[in-house]
Design a protein around this ligand. Structure first.
Ligand SMILES: [Zn+2]
Length: 393
């Protein structure tokens, strides 16, 4: 029988998702086609009881990041209505700042009700323990893909976290300046208001340009993760764990704000309160690591895995030096941010490129040609080793 965790088996899933189906924008038909593929593969290993969890989501990160700037610009216009208009405008900019700060760390977005939405869905499958259940582990891999963005170009991406932090600070200053004006402050507050308003206008133009690149195939981000989940499902069907129930969460709408993960926690948060979450992100380079510190998109909102999950990964790494998986800090924001923000456990496995960054992150180069299949196998085997480490406890 074929080994479902062999690099070639895992690569076949990536080829089906990123090669045959192609770019998978949230809420668009190819993302649904990816779900059909996942269901078919799970069906072939006898896992037919797959739950489809519908949700509604917007289809680009652009709304997430442009909305607060747009709200603030409109808010500044209210200044013409006098003192109360200025106060209202100031509160609008502060609301935008809060929204962006939350979004930058995978949190819930305050302005979400205003974004145009499409139907999408999570797929959830469960592999019960052979004997009495002591642990529940949720393996997470998102199905959607992002766009090709100038923001993520080599060189430019080094400014990513600084730029989002600057945008947060600009919104905050603009809001405070408007409120100061409403309370009677004079020229200096007005100068700050005008300066930050100009910066927000420039930011909107820049973001408009960032939307024009088209959606990426996402061989790494995140067909690689879906492939690992499918491989692990096949392996665990043949050889189930004794005391660990494993959930496979194929999440929707990660790239627009981790909406699939939030929907999963809304539905099953109670049941998964003591669960362990292992998120796979771009596990398709030779160097596989578990993330010890996530930058998020802002210097004001970095996050880390919970200490227990980190200890779990460290123990597994020590026991399996042959896999060469170690811990490192990475510039990334993903579903562990949503989990940690809501008080759940969470750890992320990633593949990093030569320069220590996620390789070809949100670029058209994230395609089959740039994939290193041995990374897929290493990530899947490390995750399996982690499952066994926990299962013994
Ligand atoms: Zn991703």
């Amino acid at each position: 029988m074929d080994d479902p965790l062999a690099a070639s088996s895992l690569y076949a899933h990536v080829r089906a998702l990123a090669g045959e189906i192609g770019p998978r924008p949230t809420g668009h038909p190819p993302e649904a086609a990816a779900r059909t593929y996942i269901r078919r593969v799970l069906g072939e290993i006898g896992l037919d009881d797959v739950e489809e969890m519908p949700l509604r989501a917007w289809d680009t990160w652009g709304y997430t990041i442009a909305a607060p700037a747009l709200l603030a610009v409109v808010g500044n216009g209210l200044g013409r209505l006098g003192r109360w208009g200025r106060l209202l405008g100031g509160l609008a900019a502060l609301t935008g700042a809060y929204h962006l700060w939350q979004a930058a760390q995978g949190g819930r977005q305050l302005l979400a009700p205003f974004f145009p939405k499409r139907p999408t869905a999570n797929l959830i499958a469960r592999l019960p323990a052979r004997r009495e259940r002591r642990h529940t582990v949720v393996l997470v891999g998102h199905t959607d893909t992002n766009k090709h963005r100038f923001t993520f170009a080599p060189g430019v991406k080094k400014m990513l976290v600084a730029s989002v932090t600057a945008a947060e600070a600009t919104l905050l200053l603009n809001g405070l300046a408007q409120i100061a004006r409403s309370l009677g402050a004079g020229r200096r507050a007005e100068a700050v208001r005008k300066g930050t308003l100009a910066a927000l206008g420039a930011m909107l133009l820049y973001l408009l340009n960032d939307e024009r690149g088209g959606y990426i195939a996402g061989a790494a981000d995140n067909a690689s993760a879906v492939a690992c989940l499918l491989g692990l499902a096949a392996h665990l069907r043949r050889d189930p764990l004794a005391h660990t129930e494993v959930w496979l969460a194929f999440t929707a709408a990660e790239e627009v704000g981790c909406l699939g993960m939030h929907a999963l926690l809304d539905a099953y948060g109670e049941r998964l309160r003591d669960g362990w979450f292992l998120d796979f992100e771009m596990v398709s380079t030779r160097r596989i690591a578990y993330v010890t510190r996530h930058s998020s998109l802002s210097y004001l909102s970095g996050y880390a895995p919970d200490p227990e999950s980190l200890a779990w990964a460290e123990e597994t790494s020590r026991r399996h030096p042959e896999l060469g998986v170690t811990g490192r800090e990475v510039v990334i924001v993903e579903e562990v941010g949503s989990l940690r923000g809501r008080g759940f456990r969470g750890l992320c496995l990633v593949g990093v490129g030569e320069d220590g960054w996620l390789a070809n992150w949100h670029r058209h180069a994230d395609d089959l040609g740039h994939l290193e299949p041995e990374g897929l196998e290493r990530a899947a085997r490390f995750a399996l080793a982690m499952l066994h480490t926990l299962d013994e406890k």
